[in-house]
Design a protein around this ligand. Structure first.
Ligand SMILES: [Zn+2]
Length: 150
């Protein structure tokens, strides 16, 4: 079983630093028409220890994107894909990632299922706890099985 990890911002300055980075980029601003960006800010810490941030875009017709996506894209510009920890922050506080962002993080590096996701004030979970019955691990296990394939 997986254990819910709890963090103390004083005892875990790396998480606190990540939250601060997300808060620094969060802040909604108007785009053209009725659209806006920045209502959510996100920050991701890569395996290098570097922090990358991003903001969301709230657009119509499915054209928008999440702050986590933007932060991950920023990280990949430095050719990193292993996520040690990620957080998203809205105007009213920390937001857990949507299902699409959970899947995105899981797919870009196999170690990311053990990456930490800040899901609320003082609450940190491993990504695999947010994605039970992992299909990717089942596929990877079947590929590495001695009689896998056909
Ligand atoms: Zn999302």
């Amino acid at each position: 079983m997986f254990q819910t990890l709890r963090y103390d911002p004083v005892m875990s300055p790396d998480i606190g630093e990540l939250i601060d980075a997300a808060r620094r980029v969060q802040g909604e601003f108007a785009l053209s028409g009725d659209f806006a960006a920045g209502s959510v800010g996100a920050a991701v810490r890569g395996a290098s220890g570097r922090i990358y941030s991003g903001i969301c875009a709230d657009l119509a017709c499915g054209l928008g994107f999440c702050a986590e996506q933007a932060a991950v894209a920023e990280m990949m510009k430095s050719r990193e894909s292993e996520v040690r920890a990620i957080v998203a922050v809205g105007r009213d506080g920390i937001l857990p990632p949507c299902g699409r962002c959970r899947e995105l993080i899981a797919q870009i590096h196999p170690a990311n299922l053990d990456g930490l996701v800040v899901v609320g004030e003082g609450r940190v979970l491993a990504l695999r706890e947010l994605l039970p019955e992992q299909w990717l691990e089942a596929v990877r296990a079947s590929r590495s099985a001695p009689n896998a394939g056909g």
